[in-house]
Ligand binder design. Structure first.
Ligand code: GFB
Length: 399
């Protein structure tokens, strides 16, 4: 029986060590559902939520990424660390994976009978019979992805808390202190929001938090492998072509908006660099080819020793491989895309390209732009500045 005692001894050491890694934060936690939009939107929201958690001095529970697959009624939740490392985020603020929190701390910190969901004001349920005027509710699990998100961790809420008029702009007000005053951690150990406690697009001040988002080894390696084995040796230009049917429809909003999605990244948060225009959202094929050729020429002039040898195209719909290959044939530049569609490998490769041209309105492009900014890599936007304005600036410079 000696061996059994030794086995039990080692198992208890392992259990104790695992639990020692997860010590309760007396300052409390913040949880939220990234329930709006796809990856680009969620990434913008993530940076704001990280800043918010830091301002309130609560540990941020890292939510899984919410993904939507064709033909599936329920969203899929993909663990945060599938795409990004947890460790580098700790340099900025305390974070914990949602699965770790639920597996190791929730029973003690956030018992099932004390789980309250937070929303600004009452959220009506789509199922009329659930709406009770005497008992307003956040209906935090109503619909997709709300239900599937919390279900992933078997979370049910026993009540709702309406936090209005508090808001999330911790960068421009003293609101963090008010949150702390209203919601003391011993009484409210977890503030669990129905949506991200952040604005979209990401605030200017929070853009630089991107530097703490480091690709997981799997995606870093996939990008490196593609660049090493598929692309010819030499510099390459990364292109993001956002042109699916959802985008065509979204671009129709251009005419009645000052800003759309990520557009402040080129127009400025107060439109200080211009107004919205159609080509910024959906450049024509001709404009894309013109701008690409111009960029290649400029790189040749400015960096003659690091000539562009290839172009990598990421797209949600039309990669324009034939048109681009044809247009660049005389320059001896090849055009590539992933063999198998993968939005995350696309992003990781675009982040590594020598030059990048993205879509100013797209938050997917914005992710790439921010990542490249943290490395000092150059990025440009399709049809920005406006062609007419660009010609005027050029003429002015030549005078
Ligand atoms: O990321 P996202 O919020 O960016 O949504 P936008 C676009 C999604 O389309 C990405 C796919 O998360 C990807 O799944 N996608 C876009 C791509 N570009 C590529 C690409 O180059 N390669 C691959 N593989 N996939 C806006 C949203 O999308 O679209 C708005 O912000 C709205 O909420 C609008 O839904 C219609 O900002 O571009």
């Amino acid at each position: 029986m000696q061996w059994l005692k030794i086995l039990i001894y080692f198992i208890s050491i392992i259990i104790l060590n695992t639990n020692a890694k997860f010590v309760r934060d007396p300052n409390g936690y913040i949880a939220y559902c990234p329930c709006m939009g796809r990856f680009g939107n969620q990434a913008d929201h993530f940076l704001g939520s990280l800043a918010f958690a830091q301002a309130l001095n609560r540990t941020l529970i890292l939510p899984p990424w919410v993904e939507y697959r064709k033909g599936e009624m329920r969203s899929r939740q993909v663990s945060f660390d599938t795409y990004f490392e947890v460790e580098p985020l700790m340099q900025f603020h305390r974070v914990i994976l949602m699965s770790d929190f639920m597996d190791h701390l929730a029973d003690e910190v956030w018992p099932a009978k004390e789980r309250i969901s937070f929303c600004y004001m009452e959220r009506k349920s789509l199922q009329q019979e659930k709406n009770n005027p005497d008992s307003p509710n956040c209906h935090a699990k109503d619909g997709n992805p709300f239900g599937p998100f919390w279900d992933t961790y078997n979370i049910d809420f026993v009540g709702s808390e309406f936090y209005g008029p508090l808001h999330f702009d911790v960068r421009h007000s003293s609101i963090a202190a008010k949150w702390q005053e209203n919601y003391k951690p011993h009484k409210w150990p977890v503030l669990a929001y129905t949506g991200a406690p952040a604005s979209f697009p990401v605030q200017l001040e929070n853009r630089e938090l991107q530097k703490y988002l480091k690709w997981s080894p799997k995606y870093r390696e996939a990008a490196r492998e593609f660049i090493r084995t598929v692309l010819p040796r030499g510099a390459f230009i990364g292109l993001h072509l956002r042109n699916g049917i959802d985008w065509v429809r979204a671009c129709e909003h251009i005419k009645d908006s000052q800003q759309l999605f990520a557009s402040p990244q080129c127009l400025g948060y107060k439109n200080e660099r211009g107004e919205l225009y159609q080509e910024l959202c959906m450049p024509t094929k001709e404009a894309i080819i013109r701008q690409l050729k111009r960029t290649i020429k400029n790189v040749r002039q400015l960096q003659p020793k690091n000539e562009v040898k290839s172009v990598f195209v990421a797209s949600d719909a039309n990669h324009m491989i034939a048109e681009l290959t044809n247009a660049l044939a005389r320059m001896d530049i090849s055009v590539h895309k992933l063999q198998e569609d993968d939005p995350y490998v696309d992003l990781a490769i675009l982040g590594q390209s020598n030059h990048f041209i993205g879509n100013c309105i797209s938050s997917y492009s914005a992710f790439v732009k921010r990542e490249r900014d943290t490395h000092g890599f150059p990025s440009y936007f399709w049809s920005f500045p406006k062609e007419k304005e660009r010609q005027q600036t050029k003429a002015h410079e030549e005078l």
